[in-house]
Design a protein around this ligand. Sequence first.
Ligand code: ADP
Ligand code: MG
Length: 339
Amino acid sequence: MNPASVGISLQACAKHYERGRQALHPVDLRVEAGETLVFLGPSGCGKTTTLRLIAGLEQPDPGGRVLFDDEDVTALPIEARRVGMVFQNYALFPNLDVRGNVAYGLRIRRLPREQIRRRVDELLELMRLRDFADRPVQGLSGGQRQRVALARALAPRPRVLLLDEPLAALDAQLREALRVEMNALLRGLGVTSIYVTHDQAEAMALGDRIVVMSQGRIEQVGTPREIYHRPANLEVAGFVGLLNRMRGGLRDGRVHAEGEQEIWFRPEDARLLPEHEGELRGSVRQVIFLGDRTRVGVAAGGGATLWADVPGRVDVAVDSRVALRVAAEALLNPAAKPR
Ligand code: ADP
Ligand code: MG
């Protein structure tokens, strides 16, 4: 762990904006020193607001407190909190070259010139930007800009790194590549990091823990596995992956169509079988080729379409009769047995 990084506590932090409804209901949250915590939720759920409270760009409503370790920083402005921020558009200074951007936070702190040069060189090296040091930032690729933004945020040795949808503006392929890079980087740095995204795959890949938010509230806090396999409620279950819902029953350790129990499961937990070999029988509605797997929609479960993800290729025709088999252990309902 990075010795300079701190744990963060939010205590009863709520936020009303002057004109608008309540952006954040009172939130209590503990971020461990050195961990990468992801805020995940749909647009408008309060992720940026929470991040800005931690940064010191917003004040919580009276009564709310923000602590860095044991220090109450609620009244401190952003300059006094020693946080590094990375935004969606990177907000690089277009009139400065790469070196100038990375040096910026050190210059405004009026550090000695030689010390600035050494620290900037260190970061250019770390971010593999040495060959671009004297280039203007306009000519850089999306990935290079991201690394400049990170280097700039890290240069003054922040106690906390705050990232607000840093990959959201990029195309899907680049986003996936940078997600891998970001993962290695955040793990290597050991700085307490809070990463905001509305993309569940990104959240899964990056978070030591994920905070799922909805409408200004925290729905669940947990590791990616906990969130995915043991969602606290329907909101979370549906947000972090495709969810099958049906009414049925459990018999001999399997899901059956007969019954009134609410049943949730993921598509990868449904096996696709010939009609007379499975419990949930129906006609194929849709076949979607996804490259590494095929997603098959079956009209079973009382008319609702249930989805099964089959690894690799599958030869099944629309309108043919099939059956799905789902093991009772695969149930996601919060009341079901944890796994
Ligand atoms: P997210 O980052 O999850 O998309 P935000 O935290 O930006 O969500 O916004 C949460 C809610 O607060 C939204 O309803 C948004 O419209 C509102 N909001 C955000 N900033 C302001 C502001 N400066 N003034 C008024 N309302 C705001
Ligand atoms: Mg936002």
